[in-house]
Design a protein around this ligand. Sequence first.
Ligand SMILES: Cc1cc2nc3c(=O)[nH]c(=O)nc-3n(C[C@H](O)[C@H](O)[C@H](O)COP(=O)(O)O)c2cc1C
Length: 142
Amino acid sequence: MTLSTIGADGMPDARTLILKDVDARGWAFAGRGSSRSGAQLAANPVAALTFWWQPMVRAVRVRGRVVRATRAESEADLLSRSAAARAGVPSEDWTLWRLQPTRVEFWQGSTDRRHTRIVYHLNGDGWLMDIAPGGDSSEHSS
Ligand SMILES: Cc1cc2nc3c(=O)[nH]c(=O)nc-3n(C[C@H](O)[C@H](O)[C@H](O)COP(=O)(O)O)c2cc1C
């Protein structure tokens, strides 16, 4: 997935990450706390996630606030990685974050260009759903 954050200069930044888990607590991802993304999330704990499955012509788009998981959860995530992936990573630096969504969009493309966009907005304790035409895309139908 693509994780987008906001830099200290107010500019967006984005990079590719693995989605670790999704549950009621949020959409989990992990990386180094000392990284660029870690610094940006510490200063401004908001983010967007985007996913694209070309064979199914589907995209998912999520935005919300980001919270750090507990140190024990971050360490458990680090331990679940291969030895090669753990090499050189100080365990106190490895951080599991969860994005707590306030808006989730599911986009389904169609070869006849009648794309569908299903948007969920968090409204208090519940979610409001909105189904709308999905807008334009130029080259997905090949
Ligand atoms: C397929 C793929 C998966 C990746 N997964 C992760 C990940 O789960 N965690 C991570 O910190 N970096 C991951 N990376 C590396 C990031 O894209 C990025 O280079 C790194 O997190 C540093 O980004 P930053 O300088 O913006 O913090 C992955 C890269 C690719 C191409």
